[in-house]
Design a protein around this ligand. Structure first.
Ligand code: MD3
Ligand code: FE
Length: 217
């Protein structure tokens, strides 16, 4: 007989870990919605394809990106910016699915940021070996709003540093279904993702998908 209350991974409870003032991990927050979230990502990618963007320095990013909502994030030879038009299609980005909005609002509120209304969802796709080097998210107009991230598919190790690039970084494993909320004094911390290891996921296959919800304007 099974005497464990939460023995089944699918029904295990959401737990929260405070990383530092302003940053909170909500383990398994989006676990129940994983399938629907991945299906919505596929639908978005049919209209706004995943693409590996070029950095201003001329390097191609290993992470493939797309987005939805009023604004999408773009990198090219001229710099980083948000734009309401997808340069690949000349069209507006796909609208943000209600499920995305609802989860982003609820995660933010759970971490103490009530009233979060994201106008952009950046969608990152990592294949084995893809990584994101240490950076700050500072292309948004105001840093008064948090950023909510949802991880899906293959696990990854997240690097969470300080306000200076050289500050020592914590290593935080992020799994399918985990949410992280970063705001207040943590909003401008350096962060990145170590090269993702191949470990095929039952729903996502050979990739890791990360959704980041932002208020850009
Ligand atoms: C910490 N994405 O798209 S979101 C990004 O897993 C990005 O794809 C990562 O960094 C990924 O810009 C992780 C985590 C994140 C986002 C914003 C932050 C961490 C943050 C802002 C401040 C501090
Ligand atoms: Fe970032």
């Amino acid at each position: 007989m099974n005497l464990e209350l939460f023995d089944d991974f699918d029904t295990a409870p959401v737990t929260s870990e405070l990383l530092c003032d302003g940053a909170m991990v909500l383990r398994r927050f989006a676990l129940q919605d994983g399938k629907d979230l991945l299906a919505a990502v596929d639908a978005i990618a049919q209209h706004a394809a995943f693409r590996r963007m070029e950095t201003p320095g001329g390097l191609r990013m290993s992470v493939a990106m797309t987005g939805c909502g009023a604004y999408g994030w773009i990198s090219d030879r001229s710099g980083y910016r948000y734009d309401s038009v997808d340069p690949l299609t000349g069209l507006a980005w796909p609208r943000m699915p209600h499920l995305f909005l609802e989860l982003a609002r609820r995660a933010a509120a759970q971490a103490g940021f009530d009233g979060f209304e994201p106008d952009a969802c950046l969608i990152n796709r990592y294949e084995a070996g893809a990584r994101l080097s240490l950076h700050q998210d500072k292309d948004e107009r105001s840093f008064d709003h948090p950023i909510v991230s949802l991880s899906l598919g293959m696990p990854a190790v997240f690097l969470f540093g300080g306000l200076q690039r050289a500050d020592r970084a914590m290593r935080i494993p992020l799994m399918h279904g985990d949410a992280v909320v970063w705001g207040g004094p943590a909003r401008l911390r350096y962060h990145g993702v170590l090269p993702v290891k191949a470990s095929p996921h039952p729903l996502a296959g050979d990739c890791r998908i990360n959704l980041t919800f932002r208020k850009v304007t």
